[in-house]
Design a protein around this ligand. Sequence first.
Ligand code: UD1
Ligand code: CA
Length: 455
Amino acid sequence: MNPLNIVILAAGKGTRMYSNLPKVLHNLAGKPLVQHVLDCAQLLNPLKICVVYGHGGESVPKALASSTNANFVIQEPQLGTGHAVQQAMPLLSDDSQTLILYGDVPLIQHKTLHQMQQAGAGLTVLTVNLANPTGYGRIVRNEQADVVSIVEEKDATAEQREINEVNTGIMLAPTQFLRNWLAKLENNNSQGEYYLTDIVGMAVADGVAVHTVQPADEWEIHGINSKTQLAVLERSWQQVEANRLMVQGVTLADPARIDVRGKLVCGLDVEIDVGCIFEGEVSLGNNVKIGAYCIIRNSLLAEGTQIAPFSHIDSSIAGADCRIGPYARLRPGSKLHDDVHVGNFVEIKNSEIAQSSKANHLSYIGDSTIGRRVNIGAGTITCNYDGANKFRTIIEDDVFIGSDTQLVAPVTVASGSTIGAGSTITRDTPAGELTLSRSRQITINGWQRPAKQPK
Ligand code: UD1
Ligand code: CA
């Protein structure tokens, strides 16, 4: 097979999005539309990927440059899909095949494109039969059912508009032919544009075989022109993700109420309650249970860990059998070992907590290293920041910290220390001793509480 080049068309205006952001940079499943296409393109191991941009100017290459080695080619002005592909031609060698994808058709699947590559020598068009073909170019066939041409809706006869088989826009062509055909395009049509679709008629005239392939699922070829279509396709995709998880044995309380914006990998017997959002790369071990309305991003939760509702977990790791939440917040760099308990309204950041330690209520633990079997009382906070610098708090094994304690970092609480409730700890504490800082309690005998005067 000839080497493959991929051209992604992303210069169009996206008028109906009513947005300052170029259409192809709007997110679907947490990722720009065109990034989905780029990621899929990459799976085909092409020689080159060219992104044709235009509307929205440099914002498109700027948004993507760091995540791809694609070539960016400007199309200015935008004179149609054929003209768009033409802009990329100088970068493509004649001995290759060129695959044309659309930046606003985000969910095209690698398997379908692979099938197009297998269709045989010649021009291959990805088509689909739609109950309502309105707006699409129609596939015109002759009596032998061979493709003869594609006619745009605006140029179609009433009879041609009855055709249900439509052009998805995705095509695969021998580059040398493509170059010649594009050079011959004219814009004497109802939109005054250079139509890529006209190359089909040219292929037929040149005796080049025209093949069609259809996608396994219709959502693969849905394009985005409006926020409504974006929302509909987002739901289609989330349903696909939910099915994929359930097929693997994940229990979803409601497959219509989960959002996966990235990659979610689950072990056996994972249960996920409603309203959860998974972002980036998340991995859940066997028997993990996620309560309702949790947001989990770029994190790893080991076997048997349970997250109670309304918890946020970001760029963190939890070992086996941890109990987290409800209303817990693990900020980036939190590392919990096995059997750690983090309760309601506890915030943890850039801290490591060793096995079987507990912070069950209302705490802030930042920039800390906490040993095993430590108990952190309600309302305890680490004062890790002096307004300019951050400092570490070290709490060794078997420490018991009484409620409402402030640990002013840098400070070390040595192993086995007990800290009395309400203390402000500013100096290191000796191992195994009780340390507290607390003003003595006094009672004023006979003191009278002020009383309101009756009106
Ligand atoms: C195009 C096809 C039509 C097909 C439909 C599928 C043509 C002439 N028509 O129509 O047969 O059924 O897609 O959705 O090809 N673009 C550029 N530069 C341009 C014009 C468009 O980069 O000058 C890009 C757009 O950003 C978009 C894609 O090409 O990603 C399709 O453009 P669009 O204007 O939506 O084409 P349609 O008229 O829908
Ligand atoms: Ca379109």
